[in-house]
Design a protein around this ligand. Structure first.
Ligand code: NAD
Length: 450
């Protein structure tokens, strides 16, 4: 079945692809299975060299990859360039990690026990459309570094950068069959990967709803699963914060990638004594977000991914919002930056909007800030703004969330663990922690008795 890939900024088709079915998925799994013994046996320094070469090729083709990503997702080109830069860093990091992920020797009676980190085998990677190449690299880097072979299923809406990465992997000298990209429907290709007896693990990023299906499907073969799911993160602004800095940064922590970001700080919690002043500053900084043509290097926000998604996002804005920014008319799935005053019980504060709509919620004191921040089924990300260091630490320890930032909205880095609490998923990506999700610990006892 043919798949037409659109540019969300123009609604023009940019590619026509054949979608894989169950048969093609099985063939990709068989190729990955055949390639596994040799890939697992590649000497660590050689596997590192191949990943390093892939990182260098991503750098050398950075502009091309950024253009593909910008056109396919509608991302501003400046942001797409930054994301591709991170992809290269991810492969550099995991090239360096190959020979630093090792076992232990444990003193036991009658000998020693040694642990080994064994590759899992064939892993299935299922990725979403919001950061297609970035999120693919967060899984591919540790999966390949640990000696696994991979079948990667990108989102149907945004398969183009993953296909190009597959070609670059071959150019880098990574053997045929080690990285297989299969384009097709989640309900067909994704589902088959989840159920396939020769797939040892599913690394999934996407919605909590599909994450539940991944867990259910994986139960049949006791597959390993790591899940990076939705979020509804809080940006907590205390009255003693540098309000100008917090307000200047807040729009980018929710409207970046047009709000289609699992880490979006889409609930802005503001201490009541600073509420009016902060909200005034926030409106001004939101007015400054430059929305428009993703090809323009100064654009900060592009369109949403699809017409259907725009309809969903629009359903969250009932009545007249506190502030609505500008967005282009005509072709493209545009939606303006929108600020809404809310309580934490409102739908806009409970459900993941995944669009440029922020809910502003007042609170009274530290205990209430923590209570509201935690009053959500999600637990992915969040920020705390205060000049009181002890309070920042107390709140950071109390918020049920996998990644947090203090006096900053930046909490995703190549070398630090990323992942969720509660219904935002489990398992960690990035940093050395990600290697745990792509290897199995084996303990071997060696007798020292005559
Ligand atoms: P989605 O869950 O609809 O799809 C994600 C992937 O799963 C796609 O490749 C899709 O084809 C596939 N899929 C769909 N149905 C499937 C099925 N039945 N079986 C197997 N695979 C299936 O999510 P999306 O709309 O592409 O992305 C948006 C969601 O992703 C948001 O909820 C967002 O929060 C989440 N997300 C999370 C993170 C994170 O790291 N926590 C990062 C980015 C996006």
């Amino acid at each position: 079945m043919a798949l037409t890939v659109l540019n969300p900024a123009t609604e023009e088709p940019i590619a026509e692809l054949q979608q894989a079915g169950v048969e093609e998925t099985d063939a990709a799994v068989a190729r990955a299975r055949e390639a596994f013994p040799a890939w697992r046996s590649v000497a660590p320094a050689d596997r590192a060299r191949l990943l390093r070469r892939l990182a260098t090729l991503v750098e050398e083709h950075g502009e091309q990859l950024a253009q593909i990503e910008s056109q396919n997702v509608g991302k501003p080109i400046a942001g797409a360039r930054g994301e591709v830069g991170m992809v290269a860093q991810v492969f550099h990091f995991y090239a360096g990690a190959v020979d630093k992920h090792f076992g232990e020797t444990i003193p036991v009676a009658g000998g020693i026990a040694a642990t080994f980190r064994e590759a899992l085998g064939v892993v299935g990677l299922i990725t979403p459309w919001n950061f297609p190449l970035n999120i693919a690299s967060w899984k591919l880097g540790p999966a390949l570094a640990c000696g696994n072979t991979v079948v990667l299923k990108p989102a149907e809406l945004t398969p183009l950068s993953a296909l190009r990465l597959g070609e670059l992997a071959l150019d880098a000298g990574i053997p045929e069959g080690v990285l297989n990209v299969v384009v097709g429907k989640g309900s067909v290709v994704g589902q088959r990967l989840i159920e396939h007896p020769d797939v040892a693990k599913i690394g999934f990023t996407g919605s909590t709803e599909v994450g539940q299906k991944v867990m259910q499907g994986a139960a049949g073969t006791i597959k390993r699963v790591t899940l990076e799911l939705g979020g509804k993160s809080a940006n907590v602004i205390f009255a003693d914060a540098d309000l100008e800095r917090a307000a200047a940064a807040a729009p980018y922590s929710v409207f970046d990638n047009a709000g289609q970001d699992c880490c979006a700080r889409s609930r802005i919690l503001v201490e009541r004594s600073a509420y009016d002043r902060f909200v005034g500053l926030l409106i001004e900084s939101t007015r400054g977000v430059k929305v428009g043509d993703p090809r323009d290097g100064s654009t900060e926000m592009g369109p949403l991914i699809s017409a259907a998604h725009r309809k969903t996002v629009a359903s969250f804005v009932e009545g007249e919002p506190l502030f609505r920014g500008d967005a282009p008319d005509g072709k493209g799935f545009w939606f303006p930056c929108t600020l809404v005053e809310a309580t934490n019980e409102d739908r806009v504060a409970r459900d993941e909007v995944f669009g440029p709509v922020a809910a502003i919620i007042p609170f009274e004191g530290e205990a209430e800030a923590v209570r509201i921040a935690n009053d959500t089924p999600y637990g992915l990300s969040g920020s705390i703004w205060t000049r009181d260091g002890a309070k920042a630490l107390r709140v950071a320890r109390a918020v049920e969330s996998g990644v947090l930032s203090v006096n900053s909205n930046s909490s995703v880095r190549v070398s630090t663990p990323f992942g969720g609490f509660k219904q935002s998923g489990f398992g960690r990506e990035l940093g050395m922690h990600a290697l745990e999700g792509y290897s199995e610990v084996k303990s071997v006892f060696i007798s020292t008795e005559g």
